[in-house]
Ligand binder design. Structure first.
Ligand SMILES: C[S@@+](CC[C@H](N)C(=O)[O-])C[C@H]1O[C@@H](n2cnc3c(N)ncnc32)[C@H](O)[C@@H]1O
Length: 125
């Protein structure tokens, strides 16, 4: 029941991501991976979460997506600046201590430049 609540809102949010190209996309605080069924197969994804239990559940939803799961703290973001074309922030802003600084740091991680795939995204810790 809870897993399906807000599904249409989630889907509408993710439709803002272009459905062509080879974009690098960060799913920040991926949780159990409820976003994954709504993602286009054409992009490269990194799913970041603090909790290994969440990542284990997200793994079951990867299917054919080109998605790498990373366990880690997203404060500060453990990737170099300008790594991602888009950052998905679903249900995470409400639980971080400083949502404004958090959002700004995500904007710095976004870039208009296209990279080949997320294997080139460098982790800073
Ligand atoms: C409310 S859940 C949302 C999950 C998912 N984004 C969704 O829309 O279903 C928040 C997630 O953020 C993760 N999280 C919380 N604080 C975090 C941090 N500092 N670094 C990385 N992940 C964090 C939690 O483990 C949890 O999986």
């Amino acid at each position: 029941m809870l897993a399906t609540a807000g599904t249409s809102v989630r889907a509408a949010s993710l439709r803002q991501i272009p459905n062509k190209g080879n974009l690098n996309i960060l799913i920040d605080g991926i949780g159990t991976g409820l976003d994954l069924p709504h993602l286009s197969l054409c992009h490269y994804y990194i799913g970041l979460d603090l909790a290994t239990a969440m990542l284990s559940r997200a793994k079951l939803r990867i299917g054919n997506l080109r998605l790498k799961l990373v366990q880690g703290d997203c404060i500060p973001l453990p990737f170099a600046q300008e790594c991602f074309d888009h950052v998905v922030l679903h249900l995470i802003l409400a639980i971080v201590p400083n949502p404004i600084a958090f959002t700004r740091s995500r904007t710095r991680s976004e870039t208009g430049r296209k990279r080949t795939d997320t294997r080139q995204v460098s982790q800073t810790r």
